[in-house]
Design a protein around this ligand. Structure first.
Ligand SMILES: [Zn+2]
Length: 77
């Protein structure tokens, strides 16, 4: 999940992630895409360049987490 706002300056950037990811995946250089999208500040640019989408990783283990979510026995007093 990409952050809605830049952590540093608070600019709304979440609405630009889909276009950025699509264009970079098609082979465009990330710096040029960010320039085109109007992401000028380096704090905002690092949000795009360093983002790792882990949504798929989390959902892969969600089923296992539900199985293991049995209540623990109370501690021995
Ligand atoms: Zn920023």
């Amino acid at each position: 999940m990409f952050p809605v706002r830049c952590f540093t300056c608070g600019k709304v950037i979440g609405d630009k992630w889909d276009e950025y990811a699509e264009r970079v995946a098609s082979g465009e250089p990330p710096g040029k895409v960010l320039d085109d999208l109007g992401i000028d500040r380096y704090c905002c640019r690092r949000m795009f360049l360093t983002h790792v989408d882990l949504t798929g990783e989390f959902s892969r283990f969600a089923a296992l987490a539900r199985i293991d979510a049995t209540p623990e026995s109370p501690p021995n007093v």
